[in-house]
Design a protein around this ligand. Structure first.
Ligand SMILES: Cc1cc2nc3c(=O)[nH]c(=O)nc-3n(C[C@H](O)[C@H](O)[C@H](O)COP(=O)(O)OP(=O)(O)OC[C@H]3O[C@@H](n4cnc5c(N)ncnc54)[C@H](O)[C@@H]3O)c2cc1C
Length: 447
């Protein structure tokens, strides 16, 4: 038995949910997600979301994004993201998302590394949860959208460079097909492939491996961001806990083993990561120290309660002592190559959010640009789908292809996941080698 839908969205992070909200409500929309909806990186985002505060901020925001990206960013993509940001923020507020405000009721902004202005809206240190839970609430009110949790895409249905939907593993571990007029990949990053990562373990870049299988174009697959400050622990079974950059934006300092400062704490992420790694090598240590005391107890507890709580549970009181921090894989700038509307090189297939590469981040993402990017492209893809009702896959053909598939081919799911993992990691290594780049450190990569 197979299912048919108008639009299939793979992934329920902020990109997938916002896209669903922006699609016409006479469309039948199916969202599948590998685990529970809450297990997406969108729920983990701490620091906040960038926004162009006023037109006067455009030039500075543009320059900060380009500079962080080593000017390898696509200028049109950067412009689109910045110009759309006030509208996205307005939408989120209309959905009930609550951002920190000043006493006079105006929005309060914070700052992170690489920003010359305070332009990041935030909700304590759980901005992603605030935004994504409000999107989720809104989607649940729509009778035309159905969400299937624990439903994993194991393949796409593609012939002659046209996508007809996906093959999925259902919660009862059987396999099925979902044919669709249009398919949207919103399946997040690749942190689950690495030993040290801030990402959920279920984010393993499946969409990239499957795209490679069908010759769908990828871009900058070796552009992987390492976050300089994650809570250091010997236990790598779970994801690594992030110590948000906004902590440094509010005054936290970084020390070597002798408790001396050695770097600019607000340098872009790649620069600070390199400085920390160099210092760890010199000192022969596995971490450096982060001192949050300069922030002051009141601000620390009101702005960063989630981080403070995590440190306390791990045995450190950040009001009184430094915490150990080390770099870990954090974000994927590369991905499935898409245009300004999120369309891939394959017909009837879009990719949005962290799984896609629209060029907005260049070689290195500026802090707090990814929630915004995911939302902007979620909306752009929805507009493009709505405005092109004729650009859809042929249903009869999709059903014919689906019924010809042999589901036994997917039965060895563990082997398939392993194969997909190797495909992505090998491709990253291949591109790094071709470009003469070192790649992510072995300390982070080794499983
Ligand atoms: C700890 C942390 C803090 C962060 N802080 C910030 C911040 O302050 N500001 C900011 O802008 N960004 C931040 N980011 C980055 C940001 O959260 C992500 O880039 C963004 O949320 C990505 O959204 P998404 O919708 O593309 O992917 P995600 O939210 O990761 O969602 C991906 C979805 O795809 C599903 N999926 C994956 N594979 C499959 C499959 N095979 N089949 C079915 N479903 C699948 C997953 O289950 C999930 O539902 C942070 C990230 C982390 C990890």
């Amino acid at each position: 038995m197979f299912m048919t839908t108008d639009i299939l969205i793979v992934g329920s992070g902020c990109a997938g949910l916002y896209c669903a909200l922006k699609l016409p409500n006479d469309k039948n929309i199916t969202i599948i997600t590998k685990r529970e909806v809450e297990k997406s990186d969108s729920f983990l985002a701490q620091g906040g979301m960038c926004v162009m505060k006023s037109e006067d901020d455009f030039d500075s925001y543009y320059e900060d994004t380009m500079k962080a990206g080593h000017y390898e960013n696509d200028p049109d993509a950067v412009k689109q993201m910045i110009l759309e940001s006030p509208k996205v923020l307005e939408d989120l507020i209309s959905y009930g998302a609550d951002f920190h405000r000043n006493e006079d009721g105006s929005l309060d902004y914070t700052r992170e590394g690489g920003h010359h202005e305070k332009r990041i809206v935030f909700h304590e240190d759980q901005t992603g949860r605030e935004i994504t839970s409000k999107l989720y609430d809104k989607v649940r009110q729509l009778s035309n959208v159905k969400i299937y949790e624990f439903t994993k895409m194991v393949d796409l249905i593609v012939e002659d460079n046209i996508c007809y939907g996906a093959v999925v593993r259902k919660p009862d571990k059987t396999f099925d097909t979902i044919t669709a007029d249009v398919t949207v990949l919103a399946s997040g990053g690749i942190g689950g492939l690495y030993k040290q990562s801030t990402n959920w373990r279920n984010l393993t870049g499946d969409a990239l491996a499957i795209s490679m299988k069908y010759g769908i174009k990828l871009k900058h697959i070796n552009y992987i961001q390492v976050h300089p400050t994650t809570f250091y622990t010997e236990d790598t079974y779970d994801r690594t806990f992030l110590i948000s950059e906004s902590v440094r934006g509010e005054g936290a300092l970084i020390y070597d083993k002798n408790m001396n400062r050695f770097t600019d704490e607000l340098a872009p992420r790649d620069v600070l990561t390199a400085e920390i790694r160099k210092q760890m090598k010199t000192d022969g240590t596995k971490h450096v120290w982060e001192d949050m005391r300069p922030i002051g107890s009141e601000e620390l507890n009101s702005h960063f309660p989630y981080i403070v709580n995590h440190c306390r549970e791990a045995g450190y009181n950040p009001e009184e002592e430094c915490i150990p921090v080390a770099p870990a894989q954090h974000y994927f700038m590369g991905g499935i190559d898409v245009d300004l509307k999120g369309h891939t090189s394959c017909k009837c297939l879009y990719a949005i959010g962290e799984t896609a590469c629209n060029g907005v981040h260049g070689r290195n993402r500026l802090a707090s640009n990814s929630l915004l990017e995911s939302l902007v492209w979620g909306e752009q893809a929805a507009f493009d789908i709505s405005n092109n009702p004729d650009k859809v896959a042929d249903r009869a053909k999709g059903e014919e292809l689906a019924s010809a598939l042999n589901m036994d081919d997917y039965a060895k799911d563990v082997d398939l996941s392993k194969r997909y993992r190797e495909m992505v990691l090998n491709e990253i290594d291949r591109v790094n080698e071709a470009e003469g780049l070192e790649g992510i450190g072995i300390d982070i990569r080794e499983m």
